[in-house]
Design a protein around this ligand. Structure first.
Ligand code: SF4
Ligand code: SF4
Length: 215
């Protein structure tokens, strides 16, 4: 929720000395995305997220919450309040290991794991995710690859992930990659299905049907 504002813009004319960029830690209500919670609820069949009582059980049950920038409890509240860009660009969504502990323990039956999946999908389709974060880049590249070719190809996928996140890691793991390639465990070929357009059509039909159902 860090927003930079240029206070020079508000300075009296000619009075620039002493004015500098500052960060404000609050977000004005007019900047919130009020429809965000409905979109997330619709994607995750998660209307129950409106009934969160902010008890924090999900955060306590989550094995990786101490690595997250916002705990699951905070994410649910931020979704409800409309902090769309903060939620989608957070590491939380990508650190979620889909273990379902939070969903299991939530006293209000909120499907928090499904909410996390919905947020991942929104982040990828909107291109709003931590840009050099491996799991976010991997998920986005995997989705695009399967959509274009109908299949996943591990070699090209790994290459893309390393190039977009940390090219040095590519050199570090090159020896292992070579061994896997030599034994036939890793291919650099891009695999394709014979009718690669079919999957794209199928997915777009599902999207259309879902939109019709929610209208
Ligand atoms: S456990 Fe459920 S009710 Fe409690 S904070 Fe988490 S989502 Fe909200
Ligand atoms: S599903 Fe994700 S958010 Fe929930 S407890 Fe597991 S890692 Fe944490």
């Amino acid at each position: 929720m860090d927003t930079t504002i240029d206070v020079k813009a508000f300075a009296p004319s000619g009075a620039t000395n002493g004015y500098r960029d500052i960060h404000r830690k609050i977000k004005y209500e007019s900047e919130l995305n009020k429809g965000f919670k409905n979109r997330v609820a619709e994607l995750s069949h998660g209307e129950k997220l409106y009934s969160c009582i902010q008890c924090g059980t999900c955060s306590a049950a989550c094995p990786v919450s101490h690595y997250m920038d916002y705990t699951p409890r905070k994410i649910i509240q931020m979704v409800r309040e409309g902090f769309k860009s903060e939620v989608l660009s957070s590491s939380t969504v990508w650190l979620c290991a889909s273990c379902y502990a939070c969903t299991q323990e939530c006293p209000k039956g909120i499907k928090i794991t499904d909410v996390m999946y919905a947020l991942k999908r929104e982040a990828i389709s909107g291109g709003i995710y931590p840009k050099r974060f491996p799991s976010a880049v991997l998920a986005g590249s995997f989705f695009k690859q399967v959509l274009s070719f109908g299949r996943n190809s591990e070699g090209p996928l790994l290459l893309k992930m390393y190039m977009k996140t940390n090219p040095l890691m590519l050199f570090k793991n090159m020896k292992l990659g070579f061994k896997l390639w030599k034994t036939g465990r890793l291919s650099l070929k891009t695999e394709k299905t014979c009718k690669k357009g079919d999957l794209k059509k199928l997915l777009s039909d599902i999207d259309k049907q879902r939109e019709e159902v929610t209208l």
